[in-house]
Design a protein around this ligand. Structure first.
Ligand code: PLP
Length: 392
């Protein structure tokens, strides 16, 4: 049977023309509640398959048609049994952990986890008696040893990591986790489903900050979870409805609009980032470059095996030290100084003082001479010139 490709799914999955008006784009259903045809008689059941995303609505915390269109699209892009969209990546992560873990459970997290994820485990979930331990996820042997020492309910992985672009072998970690009776969760924000599909490699759940590449235009905050187990997915839907961290219809619509062009944007992010990483690698003001597309990057081979491209994030260390790293961040013209990533416009930031400030003094502290780039899809020569001038 013919299988539609990624770009086709991004544009069409969950996005059948509106059965009422024929609109080719799913409408923004800006409604909190829905008329019921008699007590217990939800609308739309008779409309059949083509209208599945306008069926059976009662209240928009539970489900909303625009949000469902986004969920169907992301499900088609990641594979799995069910996708749920959230108000943010952190709302998605929090809800997922509280479905998968009970008080007393233990979790392995990456040594260089996203700062907000570290804060969630360190400052919030410990209060719920869920303990964590940071492990080097690029080393499956270290993960196996940690699991042998203490049983863990979850192994939480990011790859590539933020901001050091470490690579974890998802298939190997799935084996190690499952052999120890643990579940494997992959935060796929940095790669996006276009570059990497963790569920196909054995992961049990994928988390996204759709704020980043999937939204892609720095104009909306959102998150998503995709699960392989329908029972766990049902429990996640229950907890989401019970706690309410849902995106509004307009946010869901913006995210879906972004998802349509994910493939072409990612191709250009990858091309631009590769050229910039190569330029930085030969620049005298730079002591080290972190980009999985470089042959000498620690995780290059595994990244080449499990990713379709190496992504748009590049980090580097300033030879002149922390002061020089800060100065470079202040001198660019096109690279805008700002947190976040994954948008069409290029961003620059200083992780130790900005995105990763909350990790200071912890095992997740990052070097003070580090600069992180979210390479956008502007004309690459302009970006290279901008960096050259800033580093002079
Ligand atoms: C941004 C980010 C998050 C958190 O997502 P929000 O949408 O900001 O809540 C989680 N993981 C990674 C890797 C991120 O970059």
């Amino acid at each position: 049977m013919h299988q539609d490709g990624f770009e086709t799914l991004a544009i069409h999955a969950g996005q059948d023309p509106d059965p009422v008006t024929g609109a080719v784009v799913p409408p923004i259903y800006q409604a909190s509640t829905y008329k019921q045809d008699g007590v217990g008689g939800l609308r739309g059941k008779e409309l059949g398959d083509a209208a599945r995303w306008i069926e059976g609505y009662e209240y928009s915390r539970t489900a909303n048609p625009t949000r469902n269109a986004l969920e169907e699209c992301l499900l088609a892009l990641e594979g799995g049994a069910r996708c749920l969209a959230f108000a943010s990546g952190m709302a998605a992560s929090d809800c997922l952990v509280r479905v998968l873990c009970e008080p007393g459970d233990h979790v392995l997290i990456p040594q260089d986890a996203y700062g907000g994820t570290f804060r969630l485990f360190d400052k919030v979930l410990t209060g719920w008696d869920v303990s964590y331990r940071p492990v080097d996820m690029s080393d499956p042997v270290a993960v196996r040893a940690a699991l042998a020492e203490q049983r863990a309910r979850l192994v939480w992985v990011e790859t590539p990591t933020n901001p050091l672009l470490g690579i974890a072998d998802i298939a190997a970690l799935a084996q190690v986790a499952h052999a120890a009776g643990s579940l494997l969760v992959v935060d796929n924000t940095f790669a996006s489903p276009y570059l990497q599909q963790p569920l196909a490699l054995g992961a049990d759940a994928v988390v996204h900050s759709t704020t980043k590449y999937i939204g892609g235009h720095s104009d909306v905050v959102g998150g998503a979870v995709v699960l392989t187990d329908p029972d766990l997915a049902g429990r996640l839907a229950f907890l989401q409805n019970a706690t309410g961290g849902v995106p509004g219809p307009f946010d869901a619509w913006l995210t879906l609009r972004g998802a349509k062009t994910l493939g072409v944007r990612m191709d250009r992010h990858c091309q631009n980032a590769q050229r910039i990483a190569e330029m930085l690698a030969s620049h005298p003001a730079v002591s080290e470059v972190y980009y999985p597309g470089l042959q000498n990057h620690q995780g290059h081979e595994i990244a080449a095996k499990q990713m379709r491209g190496f992504g748009g994030m590049v980090s580097f260390r300033a030879r002149g030290g922390p002061e020089e790293a800060l100065a470079i961040c202040g001198r660019t013209r096109l690279f805008t100084l700002g947190e976040s990533l994954g948008g069409v416009e290029s961003l620059i930031e200083h992780p130790a003082r900005m995105t990763h400030a909350s990790a200071a003094g912890s095992p997740l502290e990052v070097p003070a001479d580090l600069v992180r780039l979210s390479v956008g899809i502007e004309t690459c020569d302009d970006l290279i010139e901008d960096l050259r001038v800033a580093m002079e």
